[in-house]
Write a protein that binds this ligand. Structure first.
Ligand code: 5GP
Length: 193
């Protein structure tokens, strides 16, 4: 998605350790114009598939998942991070190693909000090693839900998550795939779509 690539080039900040900071349009401040366009693009990519619900992880996935959900006409469920008393014990739970935190992260989704046989589109802001996506897949499997596909805003193609998911036959579509990233330049994969 050209608009997203241009925004990454103009506003993205490359931090040491292979982390891209996009907090002035996606991760802290949210640009409604680009996020709405991203939602529309996810609908273009997955709109012909059966999608009953969109699932993401709080907090950065919520805005793009919500933008997409308006085109699909389905609800968004976001996995909560950490232990939440108000979620109770009736939850599907998974744990993964967070690339940005460098620590273990627990996520959970209430059992009331995922049903057996529901078709789920996962949407998230970044795909790096694929740990967050794997944890969400684990939760969907526990619920007996069906994974329609995974839509990612920014995939870091130099990390193994995308290749690993695709090798396992998971339909992954990313709006921008970064091939190389230094503080001086960012290059994108040409054949994203
Ligand atoms: P993974 O689990 O695929 O290694 O990492 C995905 C999660 O880590 C995303 O949900 C995102 O929150 C975070 N993440 C991974 N890489 C980056 C990055 O370069 N920049 C930012 N802002 N978040 C990242």
């Amino acid at each position: 998605m050209k608009l997203l690539e241009e925004k990454i080039l103009s506003d993205g900040i490359v931090l040491p350790g292979g982390v891209l900071k996009v907090d002035n349009f996606l991760n802290h401040q949210i640009d409604p114009v680009i996020v709405t366009e991203m939602g529309k693009e996810f609908y273009r990519l997955f709109g012909d598939k059966k999608v009953d619900k969109i699932v993401t992880v709080e907090s950065s996935g919520i805005a793009i998942a919500f933008a997409a959900a308006q085109y699909f006409g389905v609800p968004v469920v976001f996995a909560k991070k950490g232990f939440h008393k108000n979620v109770g014990t009736d939850v599907y739970f998974a744990q993964y190693f967070s690339f940005t935190k460098g620590d273990s992260t627990e996520i959970s989704i209430s059992k009331r909000l995922l049903s057996e046989g529901e078709h789920i589109l996962i949407i998230d802001d970044f795909l790096a090693n694929g740990a967050a996506a794997d944890a969400l897949i684990q939760i969907l499997q526990a619920a007996g839900a069906v994974l329609t596909g995974i839509g990612i805003a920014i995939e870091k193609g130099f990390q193994p998550g995308g290749a690993s998911l695709r090798q396992r036959g998971v339909p992954v579509r990313s709006l921008a795939i970064i091939d190389t990233m230094t503080d001086a330049s960012i290059t994108f994969r040409d054949d994203v779509q």
